[in-house]
Ligand binder design. Sequence first.
Ligand code: F6P
Length: 326
Amino acid sequence: MAKINCIGILTSGGDAPGMNAAIRAVTRTAIYNGLSVKGIYRGYKGLVTGEIKEFKSQNVSNIIQQGGTILKTARCKEFTTPEGRKIAYDNMKAEGIDALVVIGGDGSLTGARIFAEEYDVPCIGLPGTIDNDLYGTDTTIGYDTALNTILDAVDKIRDTATSHERLFFVEVMGRDAGFLALNGAIASGAEAAIIPEFSTDVDQLEDFIKNGFRKSKNSSIVLVAESELTGGAMHYAERVKKEYPEYDVRVTILGHLQRGGSPSAHDRILASRLGAAAIDAIMEGQRNVMIGVHHDEIVYVPFSKAIKNDKPIKKELVNVLRALSI
Ligand code: F6P
């Protein structure tokens, strides 16, 4: 196996709080182990356009507490084509980059997998997404911070919902995954969650209304995961207006504020561990794996598994929410 001297690092897809902590950890662990590091700007786009800069330890000073990503991020069309990836590979070689660390969600890791297969480039993925939808890791970088942001928002909505005795549908992110909605609902004391994972099994609106929802309360908050499968918060508000006109309904869509903010302690520690483990993995000769944490241990998850297997939602959590919202 060719000796690895220089690591390229990029962030791709939706930003997530803790990405900077991961960039810092990768950079410093690499330098600590005698490797050099190059920062690639705007995700795969920077590989294609050659926006690449050498990173020293000072380049990642004072960023552990910052949300977003100092490397910027993008979703890159060119990189989805063989021609684009060829340019990316040539730029990478011209820059002397021997291995890549890609921080992002399933789209970003899919890009890494294809690139690694086509050009035999060692690629290591770090799960960076607020959606928590990568298989093989208990949580992803940014998920905990986004959950806490949701709590903060729902706590505030609760005040006005209670005062006006209203039913609120609060739409949260997750792109076809219900982790933010379900755990956000449990943690904020919301009355119900509507998530894509169960949208084909039951009519979730009818389910919780028929099951005695609001029996002992005047106001309620329902978290809805954004997704074409659920139809989103507006869809349910419209339905309630028609089917249960006795409720005074309002909608709040939390949107991109869920992606911002200073990362929580959990996300900073997770990102630091994963970033350091990425360099360990490269030095051990690992390639084409996502680094995750499972049962508090570092694990290597092949890209194909991390991306393809749908991460299951625990039915137990649904039962907890149902029991606690009486
Ligand atoms: O994957 C992260 C995420 O925030 C999803 O939850 C959401 O569906 C999507 O990105 C939004 O993407 P964009 O920033 O391109 O609007």
